[in-house]
Ligand binder design. Structure first.
Ligand code: S3P
Length: 177
C-alpha cells in the first residue's frame, strides 16, 4: 500500500554532501531556526553500536555500517518535521536517495575541492573511508560523488559563507521552494 505523502510544510529536511562540509553544524542551526528536532544519522548509529563509525568499519566491516545507515536514513526521511544530517556516503545509495527525494527536502551543501582540502586534517582520523588514501585518491572520491549529491532539491554553495550565513541562506531557499 502506498504511504500517505506528507504535506510540504511537514516534510523533513535532509542534509547531504561530502564528509566535513558542515552538515551537522549547519543542520543544527537550521533546526533551531525552524524549531525542529535535529538528528545526525551517524550519531544514532554510533549510540546503537557504542562505537564510532571508524570502529564499526574496523570491527564489522563497511557492509554492516551501510545496512544500518540505509534502514535508518530511509525511515527517518519519512518522519515529519525533522532536520536530518546523512552520512556523506548515504546519498550514493539509490534506495536512500529515492526515499529522501520523495519524502523530504534534500539540501546539498556544496563546498569546492579547494576549500574542502583545507579541512582534511581536521577530519582525517575519524573518517574510515579516508584511511590509507592518497590526496589524489581522496580528490577522485570527492569528484565521483558530486553527481549523486547534485540530484538534491536545493544546492547551497558554502565556499564564501560562514555557518550562520549558510543557515540563513537555506531558510530563504526553503521559503522560495
Ligand atoms: C562516510 C561519511 C561519514 C560516516 C562514515 C562514512 C562516507 O559521515 O557516515 O564515516 O562514506 O562519506 P560524515 O559525512 O558526517 O562525515
Amino acid at each position: 500500500m502506498r504511504e500517505r505523502e506528507l504535506p510540504l510544510h511537514e516534510k523533513s529536511i535532509v542534509f547531504v554532501g561530502f564528509m566535513g562540509v558542515g552538515k551537522t553544524t549547519i543542520g543544527k542551526l537550521v533546526a533551531e531556526k525552524l524549531n525542529r528536532d535535529f538528528i545526525d544519522v551517524d550519531e544514532v548509529i554510533e549510540k546503537e553500536f557504542g562505537m564510532t563509525p571508524r570502529e564499526i568499519f574496523e570491527a564489522y566491516g563497511e557492509k554492516t555500517f551501510r545496512e544500518r545507515e540505509k534502514a535508518l536514513s530511509i525511515s527517518l526521511s519519512k518522519q515529519p518535521s525533522q532536520v536530518i544530517s546523512l552520512g556523506g556516503g548515504a546519498f550514493l545509495n539509490e534506495e536512500i536517495r529515492q526515499a529522501c527525494l520523495e519524502n523530504s527536502h534534500v539540501i546539498f551543501l556544496d563546498l569546492s575541492w579547494e576549500a574542502w582540502k583545507e579541512r582534511l586534517s581536521l577530519i582525517l582520523d575519524s573518517r574510515p573511508v579516508l584511511q590509507n588514501k592518497s590526496l589524489e585518491e581522496i580528490e577522485e572520491l570527492f569528484y565521483s560523488r558530486q553527481k549523486a549529491y547534485s540530484l538534491s532539491h536545493i544546492k547551497v554553495s558554502t565556499d564564501h559563507l560562514n555557518e550562520e550565513e549558510a543557515a540563513n541562506h537555506i531558510m530563504e531557499s526553503l521559503k522560495l521552494s
